[in-house]
Design a protein around this ligand. Sequence first.
Ligand SMILES: Cc1ncc(COP(=O)(O)O)c(C=O)c1O
Length: 439
Amino acid sequence: MKTESEASALQQELLATSRELFPGGSSGLWSLPEEYQIVVTHGRGGHVWDMTGREYIDCILGSGPVLIGHAHPAVVAAVQAQVEKGATYFLLNEPGIRLAEQVVDAVPCAEQIRFVSTGTEATFYTIRIARAYTGRNKVLKFEGALHGGNDYATMSTVPPRISDYPHGIPDSSGIPQQVQDQVLVSEFNNLALTRDLAHQHGDDLAAIIMEPLQRALNPEPGFLAAVRDLAHEVGALLIFDEIVTGFRLAWGGAQEYYGVQPDLAVLGKALGGSYPQAAVAGPAAIMEVVSSAIRGTPRYVWMGGTFSGNPLSAVAGLATLGVLQEEGSFARLHAIGDEVRGGLAALGREFGEPLQAIGAGPLLQVFFGEGELRSYRDCLQTDNTKRIAFARELLRAGILTNPGEKLYFSLAHTDEDVGEILDRAREALKTVQERAEDS
Ligand SMILES: Cc1ncc(COP(=O)(O)O)c(C=O)c1O
């Protein structure tokens, strides 16, 4: 058993090693701000622990997949049982087939599905499917929407300044100009602009891809249905990126929650029950372009990878969906989100801060600003310094969050956790306000 100072020294040593081994010290796309960096030892329920033994309330949740909590006994048992039988086969297996059945049962637009491992692959392939199916090239996305890391998706995801519609701002170097030219960028909740762009480019528009709940921005009543009608009017497909919203806002995802059915849906995160899993789902008439039966014909779309439909992610996904299907699961997820949103808004009023806690279900994002938040550019107008300072104070107080981004909640977060989050948010807001007054 290590003493506290030995454990702390070991964590510091590992962090130093990570800075040497990983570009920017990060094993992935992102890492915590330097002074709050930790090495995680384990997670259970809605909490994780670092090497010093410090416990955190986890509102990152693996960036979303951990919807029923870390190491849920049902998921652990399912994975343990499957591990004994082998982790991947590159062949049909019962867990993969059963999970596909569940998706088709749950998701209104799903008749058939194809698994991949990440959301980035899934959005890339769904755009390819739409282009193959329609015989067109362009894709329209919304400024501030995140669709992963492929070349089409990384346009105006987090632009530092507003885009010159319909030209996007690449989020990454290395995207060929020819690809950039195929991506049209519009403003979320701006139907007039979206209509103009769709009409101007209609004869070459393959798809409109959108997050139905864009990050934490709610669609205005009628917007999603109008975009679907518009896509169909110009002969394009509507793709809902439900990597985040799928199995989270409702059993049938955002399409059930908002009552608008897209042509294709992209799923991930919760679908793999904390293990790598994503998928594209849609009607058989569209999905058949990925069928190996037509390989070699001009319509064939290459889609899939080594771990597509692997049984380990499938059993974890099935166990997670089993828990989500229990009576009251979605009501509880919504109740947690509503309570924290309501509590944060009340704190804002109490402190005289223009704090807006937006989102839906167990997803929430905090902004500081008076104006109505309808789109990414509205969010750009808010006080970013305060937003980040508030999130960093939460981190200091042991609430794990990606500063300034969405907070995720799980079925494993308890009422006590919600109370703690709000207590610590009160302290955080007080500190942020005092600092702003001092400067
Ligand atoms: C809406 C949405 N789409 C796509 C992705 C990309 O998924 P992945 O990180 O699995 O590639 C993400 C990731 O956060 C996402 O939030």
